[in-house]
Design a protein around this ligand. Structure first.
Ligand SMILES: [Zn+2]
Length: 257
């Protein structure tokens, strides 16, 4: 079992690898640019080289690195802007040597909505053979976990899942590994976002809470973490606060194991 946090960029991207030791984390996730702005901002070559060097220096395996794509990308709405922004995420990941990209599948009202998502992803994946795409369950597409499964089956290899516990709870799923395994197969969940929820069960509102301070509650989180099937799982916290407060939450979680 590995724990990490979403690292807010408080210093430079190339210095993120040093923060693993600072915060005592095994893995981390970050944005390569503002997730709420259309920017298509490309990572500078020197930054990318330094980042990769520092990853090596610190002995971090690329399996433990995750980039979260911009929230604005809606793969179910395949406009030129969607493709440009998504391709820029892949390009940045490729340059930084990060092989895991987390993406929200978006939303649309059409009956062929899931098909649109798979076509968009297929188009971009084809150009970046090394990168794995991790579809996240959200309060939009993926609110029914079967939808993620349909998209994965449509695309095939190189698509996996990132399951967020706050989103699970908000969309009416208990933190029951057996149920989730039956739908998605735990082997395909390459990352868990471990967050408590400020919003009630089934409310369909995505509001993260600090571990044990939300409506999922510490007892349910403890029980969940003690599931046998999660022995090799990777958890990343995206809870409110700073890198430092999130790392304190990780410290606490380790004591439950
Ligand atoms: Zn997310």
């Amino acid at each position: 079992m590995k724990f990490g946090i979403h690292l807010s960029i408080e210093s430079k991207i190339e210095e993120l690898p040093f923060l693993c030791k600072t915060y005592n984390i095994d893995c981390f996730q970050f944005f390569t640019k503002s997730p709420r702005k259309w920017s298509q901002k490309a990572i500078d070559d020197t930054i990318a080289i330094n980042f990769k060097d520092n990853i090596k220096k610190k002995g971090i395996t690329t399996k433990n690195l995750f980039i979260h794509c911009s929230y604005l990308i809606n793969p179910a709405n395949p406009t030129q802007q969607t493709f440009a922004e998504l391709e820029s995420e892949f390009q940045n990941a490729y340059k930084l040597g990060v092989h895991n990209l987390v993406l929200h599948p978006g939303a649309c009202k059409d009956t062929d909505c899931l098909k649109k998502v798979s076509n968009t992803i297929k188009h971009v994946l084809r150009q970046y053979p090394k990168i794995k795409l991790l579809l996240e369950n959200t309060t939009r597409i993926g609110r029914n976990l079967e939808e993620l499964k349909i998209i994965k089956e449509e695309i095939g290899d190189r698509v996996y899942y990132c399951i967020d516990t706050c989103h699970l709870f908000a969309t009416g799923y208990n933190l029951n590994v057996g149920v989730i395994n039956d739908i998605l197969d735990i082997e395909n969940i390459k990352l868990w976002h471990l967050n408590d929820s400020k919003s009630p069960f089934g409310s369909n509102l995505d509001r993260h809470a600090n571990i044990g301070k939300g409506l999922i509650g510490i007892e349910n989180i403890k029980k969940f973490l003690q599931s046998k099937q999660l022995k090799n799982a990777l958890f990343i916290l995206e809870t409110p606060g700073t890198n430092k407060t999130r790392s304190k939450e990780v410290e606490l979680l380790r004591t439950y194991l």
